[in-house]
Write a protein that binds this ligand. Structure first.
Ligand code: AMP
Ligand code: MG
Length: 347
């Protein structure tokens, strides 16, 4: 399959009448799958009402069929088409954070969406992306669009059209290239179906921001210790992994450097994932600074690109700094721990 690339400017090509947007929307209406920029990562969009389109999403990504997709909308009115009830807490969260990196789980109206999109669950995950190109495309096709991250399942998520093409070129109808994404980690997933809202996946909207709007918010215990079965089906899978094994290092920079040198003596090409502030503390084959510790948003924004750059540099092993588990650091640590298969080396 020839994968089309529509180059758009996210400040200019933001109307549903734009020829590139119209063309991409036509593919979506014909149940083809198209990658699109959002403010978090690139999504792989398909008509959420069509089994055919949704099957193409799972096939292109190699995604396990029991991992449901997030449905993207541009208009809150559209919720009523496929959501059974909208609790007050969800209303307040939508008022505060939509459009934005917050996915809300609702009870589902039966018979509207493809069963494959929701993996047969009685609930549905929905969000309104805060990206002018994504919103224009959603308005142009007038469909609820199922869109997981536009990467091969298990790999780091894509934050540029190049990342999408690295994984999916020839497997999808096209990609709308709107440049690099902003937040860099996926949306926060919050379950609002049963009493106090529960964070199932940390992401672009922080626990602190949610609590400021709705007061009490819980975190799925499975996110803390990994012992319990996660409530979000996708959280049990290996994710975001670079090609080389990744270890998180807890300890002083001297301890970190000793580990690096040990592996180099074994003849391995060693990569270090660090930050601009700490870059000079390390001497290794490949040292990549991933944003600034003092501003964790910058770490989130370049995390997946940095993991992919280690693949290009063909390192044998990667050691990474750890980050504080608060604010957007909660999402960064969640992704890093998954990418590392929970491997931490402590001093
Ligand atoms: P991705 O599309 O790769 O960003 O992943 C979507 C995330 O949302 C996965 O972790 C899914 O398991 C989760 N998700 C989607 N739908 C539901 C749902 N109905 N209930 C709980 N989690 C969901
Ligand atoms: Mg994903």
């Amino acid at each position: 399959m020839n994968t089309k690339v529509w180059k758009v400017d996210k400040f200019v090509d933001i109307f549903e009448s734009n020829p590139h947007i119209v063309d991409a929307a036509n593919f979506l209406r014909e149940n083809e799958v198209v990658a699109l920029p959002t403010e978090t990562v690139y999504g792989l969009g398909g008509n959420a009402e069509s089994d055919e389109a949704v099957a193409k999403i799972f096939a292109a990504k190699g995604r396990p069929g029991d991992n449901p997709l997030i449905i993207h909308i541009a208009d809150r009115e559209h919720l009523n088409r496929f959501v059974k009830e909208i609790p007050l807490t969800a209303e307040r969260l939508m008022d505060a954070f939509w459009p934005g990196p917050l996915t809300i789980i609702f009870k589902k109206k039966e018979g509207v969406l493809s069963e494959k999109a929701t993996a047969g669950l009685g609930t549905v995950a929905v969000r309104m992306p805060d990206h002018p190109v994504a919103l224009a495309l959603l308005r142009a096709c007038e469909l609820p669009i199922a869109a997981p991250s536009a990467n091969s399942s298990g790999k780091p998520s894509p934050t540029s059209a190049e990342h999408v093409l690295d994984d999916l070129n020839g497997k999808i109808a096209g990609v709308v290239d709107g440049g690099a994404t902003g937040v860099g980690v996926e949306s926060t997933v919050v379950d609002c179906t049963d009493g106090i809202p529960v964070i199932l996946r940390p992401g672009g909207v922080t626990r602190e921001q949610l609590a400021a709007v709705i007061g009490e918010v819980q975190v799925d215990p499975a996110l803390m210790d990994g012992a319990e079965r996660p409530k979000s089906p996708g959280m049990k899978y290996k994710h975001y992994a670079p090609n080389a094994p990744l270890y998180l290092v807890s300890g002083t920079s001297e301890f970190f450097q000793r580990i690096v040198e040990e592996k180099e003596r074994e003849g391995l090409k060693v990569g270090v994932l660090t930050t601009e502030e700490c870059e000079d503390l390390f001497d290794a084959d490949v040292v990549l600074a991933c944003g600034r510790r003092a501003e964790l948003e910058t770490v989130a924004a370049s995390l997946y690109d940095t993991l992919r750059r280690f693949n290009q540099m063909k390192v044998d092993i990667i050691f990474s700094e750890m980050f504080p588990n608060e604010g957007v650091g909660h999402a960064i640590m969640n992704r890093l721990l998954k990418a590392a298969g929970n491997k931490i080396i402590s001093e």
